[in-house]
Write a protein that binds this ligand. Structure first.
Ligand SMILES: Cc1cc2nc3c(=O)[nH]c(=O)nc-3n(C[C@H](O)[C@H](O)[C@H](O)COP(=O)(O)OP(=O)(O)OC[C@H]3O[C@@H](n4cnc5c(N)ncnc54)[C@H](O)[C@@H]3O)c2cc1C
Length: 381
């Protein structure tokens, strides 16, 4: 094709995973000789989301940490657990701080170019990948794309739930929050035959991000999320309150094998690559870990299909989602049993995919075993 622009690496999408990858590649001298191009359609000047994750020790993004907490609570009717997070800390990064910092660092990299453009098509074979955009056609030996995918919505083999929520940053008249402690999950609210909970990140006694969150198949009308947050504030005696910022999300929860759409020259990354933890919707920290591994992989092996994508944890997530999709009204009970019978540190380590088989067995026996055995049998046969 005429007028093709050739580069070594193209990254499609400059959100979390695209920027983590661009940042990782440009700070590693092993890639100094490669031209890297990134396409992003938005200007990224808004705080469109906040990312939270737990972590031991210092973060790669420590200077961007907007807030952190050392303790957490889990709440449900007739059960409450307050716990310190050590050796972890729960950390929050504002999207806008991340975008601005990473883009300004990338501007200093001589081998990096960012183009504000919409990608309209990707055509890949084992020798390279063609990227069509509204700014022209480009070709690269390797393309990494975080553009949303919808293959997983068109299949029946794997259940697909959504982690969907609306969040309000609120300032309340009365001091109703404990600024030292996040509310990781509060199931003490009507479940309406689904898995519904409140997630609260307090910044002071009067300020917090509250999110009404569901793990379920279908999104709600906006008013339903909002009414639940109004009820929550009223029941907790907030008095008057103002909403200073809002966010909302709908993150796919599925054990679908996204890597089947990769080939030697095209890899899907971030949520589009299946890097969202299927059982929770957390993506940021998992993407960071995947990017670190990918950068090491690229130094030794240029074939993108050789990068290991799946592990036993995908199978655990699959069984969990099989049960959660089939018995969505009982999701709260699954999480209650998990927090009643396990140290939170073991739960976080399991969700980080760092546990031993023995620890995994202990976690599994805290769940209603019959449901999981039938899910296992269904998967095997
Ligand atoms: C409000 C919200 C809060 C979240 N909070 C957390 C959290 O606390 N912790 C956590 O771990 N995860 C969280 N997530 C989930 C996940 O971490 C984020 O969705 C994360 O941004 C996913 O990274 P990504 O790179 O896959 O996608 P994105 O960050 O969405 O990046 C994709 C990029 O591609 C661009 N793009 C799309 N189409 C095109 C196109 N055709 N051409 C060019 N560019 C295009 C988009 O503009 C976007 O910038 C949250 C998600 C949302 C929406």
């Amino acid at each position: 094709m005429e007028n093709e622009n050739h580069v070594d690496i193209i990254i499609c999408g400059g959100g979390a995973s695209g920027l983590l990858l661009a940042h990782g590649l440009t700070k590693d001298t092993a890639f100094d000789h490669l031209n890297i191009l990134l396409f992003e359609k938005d200007s990224k000047t808004q705080n469109d989301r906040t990312w939270c994750f737990w972590e031991e020790g210092l973060s790669e993004w420590e200077e961007l940490i907007h807030h952190h907490w050392d303790s957490a609570s889990f709440k449900a009717p007739n059960f409450q657990r307050h716990f310190t997070l050590a050796p972890y800390q729960y950390k929050m990064i504002r999207g806008i701080d991340f975008y601005q910092t990473v883009y300004s660092r990338l501007e200093k990299a001589p081998n990096f170019t960012r183009i504000k453009a919409e990608v309209t098509g990707l055509i890949a074979n084992d020798n390279g990948c063609l990227v069509k955009t509204d700014e022209g056609v480009f070709k690269a030996k390797k393309v990494f794309s975080s553009l949303p995918q919808d293959h997983f919505t068109k299949q029946k083999k794997y259940p697909v739930l959504q982690q969907h929520f609306i969040g309000w940053f609120v300032k309340t008249e009365r001091p109703i929050f404990d600024p030292s402690t996040i509310v990781f999950m509060d199931f003490d609210l009507p479940q309406k035959k689904e898995t519904r909970f409140m997630y609260v990140l307090p910044f002071s006694a009067n300020e917090a991000l509250i999110e009404y969150t569901l793990f379920s198949k279908d999104l709600l009308e906006k008013e339903e999320y909002e009414n639940a947050m109004i009820d929550y504030l009223n029941e907790n005696g907030s008095g008057d309150y103002t909403i200073t910022e809002k966010e909302q999300g709908s993150i796919p929860m599925t054990a679908y094998d996204f890597s089947q759409h990769n080939n030697a020259s095209l890899m899907h990354i971030g949520t589009a690559g299946g890097w969202t933890k299927a059982s929770t919707g957390f993506t940021f920290q998992k993407s960071q870990r995947k990017i670190n591994a990918l950068i090491e992989h690229l130094k030794h092996d240029g074939n993108l299909t050789h990068f290991p994508q799946r592990s036993k944890f995908d199978f655990y997530d699959l069984l969990f989602l099989d049960v959660l999709a089939k018995y969505n009204a009982e999701g709260g009970k699954l999480f209650i049993r998990m927090f009643q019978r396990n140290a939170p540190q073991r739960i976080f380590s399991f969700l980080d995919e760092k546990t031993t088989f023995w620890e995994e067995a202990q976690l599994m026996i805290s769940f209603p075993i019959g449901r999981f055995v039938s899910a296992l049998v269904r998967r095997i046969f």
